[in-house]
Ligand binder design. Structure first.
Ligand code: KIV
Ligand code: NA
Length: 283
């Protein structure tokens, strides 16, 4: 088993210690998240947007999610790894949900799965996955896979009626056996009410400070998309903890300029000498 387990998270929650989660989609991002000491890695279907350039999360397939999961698992031996069930892989029936969750666990190598929504049919699906032996993280509030029905990426739970729906959905997911619930883009008092009402941890994104933990998208928090050439916008709830996009652009531009000026590679980066045998060719 990995160093971070459900028991680790329960302990943190019991002691009132914040739980940390970040997305990762490939080997190198997973290595960085692991080294930073983050508790949970979410192999999010946000990969559709930040890794594949789509405008929303709908297009990514289960097979492609599995590929991302395998790469992340290879890069991050320490954190608990959450695989996101992509759009179209779990809505039809609890049996379809179990089948897809089993593939994420068995072929993708993830420890637990996450699924969006808290309607009765989603709650039944969550329950079926837990009964199959795979732990489930719920996700309510803004559920990006429902962008068509929601009419866009917009905050949820702003009225008392819809706030109640968010909290009730979170409770229903807890009762179905979920070990935690993501609260996305809801007013802080709604997230606080859900966190108080639940025995399991809440993980907030755009949901204010009163959650049991926080999650952000890797590319957003690193400031990956900030050069004017990029169309991807960082959501307004996301603090950019780095300027990685600017660092990457500067390095790539300097590389191009040095090659064009023939100043790279100079003698330092021209290590191979002629010799009488090929035996030391890679020395
Ligand atoms: O896919 C994702 O990145 C997510 C987080 C925003 C919670 O679901
Ligand atoms: Na997601």
């Amino acid at each position: 088993a990995r160093p971070v387990t459900l028991a680790t998270l329960r302990g943190k929650h019991r002691r009132g210690e914040p739980i940390t989660m970040v997305t990762a989609y490939d080997y190198s991002s997973a290595v960085h998240v692991d080294v930073a000491g983050i508790d949970l890695i979410l192999v999010g279907d946000s990969a559709a947007m930040v890794a594949h350039g789509h405008d929303n999360t709908l297009p990514i397939s289960l097979d492609l999610m599995l590929e991302h999961c395998r790469a992340v698992v290879r890069g991050a031996p320490r954190p608990l790894i959450v695989g996101d069930l992509p759009f179209g892989s779990y809505e039809s029936s609890p049996a379809q949900a179990v089948e897809s969750a089993v593939r994420l666990a068995k072929e993708g190598g993830v420890d637990v799965v996450k699924m969006e929504g808290g309607t009765p049919s989603r709650v039944s699906a969550a329950k079926a996955i837990v009964e199959a032996g795979i732990a489930v993280m719920g996700h309510v509030g803004l559920t990006p896979q429902a962008i068509s029905a929601l009419g866009g990426f917009r905050a949820q739970g702003k009225t008392v009626d819809s706030a109640l729906k968010v909290v009730e959905a979170a409770i229903a997911l807890q009762d179905a056996g979920c070990f935690a619930v993501v609260l996305e883009c809801v007013p802080a008092p709604v997230a606080a009410a859900a966190t108080t009402a639940l025995q399991i941890p809440t993980i907030g994104i755009g949901a204010g400070p009163l959650c049991s933990g926080q999650v952000l998208v890797y590319h957003d928090l690193l400031g990956m998309f900030q050069s004017p050439a990029h169309s991807k916008v960082t959501p307004k709830f996301c603090k950019q903890f780095g300027n990685v996009g600017a660092v990457i652009s500067k390095a790539l531009t300097e590389y191009r300029e040095e090659v064009e000026a023939r100043s790279f590679p100079d003698a330092i980066y021209t290590p191979y000498k002629m010799s009488s045998s090929d035996a030391d060719a890679f020395a």
